[in-house]
Design a protein around this ligand. Structure first.
Ligand code: SAM
Length: 328
């Protein structure tokens, strides 16, 4: 983790030193500069800062907590974000002709946060001792928390989202005939491939790397269960929301999703996961119910999870089971 922080700091100071132009002082000036460079993250950050007073309080909170400024950690992901957001930033620039900067920038802020937190969470889990240290706790977590909730679900085709080095997979493979592993870190997928290969005791394995909020590589209506434990707790609510729309698509009618997610948003609603207790995100149980309903999923089970389950705070997390309704 220390080497990761060092790498991020070095990258940040390199990018900061490349930014020589002074920040714009008026919205008009910021928009004028964007005309020639509509994909420039730094110029959008200037406009966001200048138009923030016209935005809702919740968005201003998010800008503060994610430090969406010329000096914020977001600059460490400048090239990646400019490449992923390029077309959307150009479209946002065109909107500025007819709409207020505050309105347009609020949408840009939402996308920046989604992509920044994906990149940040990916890099924070690319390496480290977590995988070795967490493995011995799995039997207790499976027996005490997970199995009582999932025992009646259909394990035929399981998609495990964010498996890390496969400590949950080790339990799931004894129940499933096919497991599809999807993670944002290629080295996690490689660790799982090394551990399980193509097949173990009649369970077949498939492996995919995601860009962090999509399951585009998975066929629609192909899975009976989507499973994620101790990973989604870090995902920003915007990332969870995007995944739910993918989960409903890949589930067979009648299929379910078991999702372990943060409830820390009840304490810090517009916060950055990287600064929160246990690196929990702004998700809540209530938000999960709203996102599920919007995606067309039923909530068949939900409970909060805290000290009794071994997390550091009462009601820190939640377990939700979502079901894709039968029929068209
Ligand atoms: C704390 S580890 C947990 C791994 C595993 N679930 C476990 O219990 O050991 C978090 C995992 O989430 C993955 N991850 C982080 N952000 C992701 C994203 N946006 N989409 C998919 N996987 C992600 C990381 O690569 C890592 O494998």
């Amino acid at each position: 983790m220390r080497s990761l922080l060092g790498r991020i700091r070095r990258k940040l100071s390199r990018v900061r030193s490349q930014i020589t132009s002074p920040p714009s002082t008026t919205e008009k000036q910021a928009i004028r500069r964007l005309r020639d460079h509509p994909r420039s993250l730094v110029l959008w950050l200037d406009l966001i800062g200048l138009s923030a007073p016209g935005m809702p309080e919740a968005v201003r909170d998010q800008i503060r907590s994610h430090d969406l400024t010329r000096t914020g950690i977001i600059l460490g992901f400048k090239d990646e974000l400019e490449s992923r957001m390029g077309a959307d930033l150009e479209a946002a620039y065109k909107r500025l002709e007819a709409e207020s900067a505050a309105l347009v920038c609020a949408d840009v802020v939402a996308e920046m946060i989604r992509l920044k937190t994906i990149a940040q969470c990916r890099d924070a889990h690319a390496e480290g001792n977590y995988y070795r240290d967490a493995e011995p706790f799995m039997q207790k977590q499976w027996d005490g928390m997970i199995w009582p909730i999932i025992q009646n679900l259909d394990f035929q085709h399981v998609l495990e989202l964010a498996p890390g080095h496969g400590r949950n997979t080790e339990f799931l493979r004894r129940l499933a005939s096919c497991i599809t592993l999807v993670d944002v870190n290629p080295n996690c997928i490689e660790a799982c491939r090394k551990r399980f290969g193509e097949r173990v005791d009649g369970c077949q394995f498939r492996y995919f790397v995601t860009d962090g909020d999509s399951l585009a590589m998975i066929d629609s209506e192909s899975q009976t269960l989507v499973y994620s434990f101790d990973s989604m707790v870090h995902f920003d609510s915007s990332v969870v929301k995007a995944y739910l729309h993918e989960i409903v698509r890949v589930l067979r009618p009648g299929g379910s999703a078991f999702l372990h997610h943060s409830n820390y948003g009840t304490v810090a609603p517009n916060s950055d996961w990287a600064h929160n207790h246990g690196n929990r995100s702004d998700m809540t149980a209530e938000r999960m119910r709203a996102f599920a309903s919007e995606a067309g999923l039923e909530v068949t089970f939900q409970r909060l999870s805290g000290l009794a389950d071994g997390w550091g705070l009462e009601d820190l997390d939640a377990f939700s089971v979502l079901r894709r309704p039968d029929g068209p």
